[in-house]
Design a binder for this molecule. Sequence first.
Ligand code: AMP
Ligand code: ZN
Length: 132
Amino acid sequence: MCIFCKIINHEIPSAVVYEDQDVLAILDISQVTKGHTLVMPKKHVRNILEADDETAEACIRTAKMLAKRIVERTGAAGVNVLTNCGEAAGQTVEHLHFHIIPRYSSNDAITIEFNPSEKQDLEAVCALLKED
Ligand code: AMP
Ligand code: ZN
């Protein structure tokens, strides 16, 4: 059983911020910033690509609700809401979860950078991604 399933089953203790029949939200043990929270479905799905719509929706609704609450109650200036999917994207726990990371300034402990890279042919990329 994965570590988040053990947390959901109360076999491993955690700081529960929110719980309903489908979703659990806990404080991330690493607290990148104060209030860093993880929202996860109670059903084990590996990541967003493998999640059914109902499971993804339940998580996103909860993440939205909690992001608002966390920003209001911590006085954060902003928030990052993100899910890592796959090892290349930094996923270390293979049970879907959304990070809610309140941001207090652009110099706090997290950096998300969009660095310039290889120029893309937008028409070709768009044609690839658009529905026929
Ligand atoms: P990711 O790298 O997106 O898979 O994130 C996994 C997150 O789970 C990390 O930020 C960890 O700090 C967090 N984490 C791992 N074990 C625990 C735990 N027992 N309780 C709370 N958070 C945890
Ligand atoms: Zn699991």
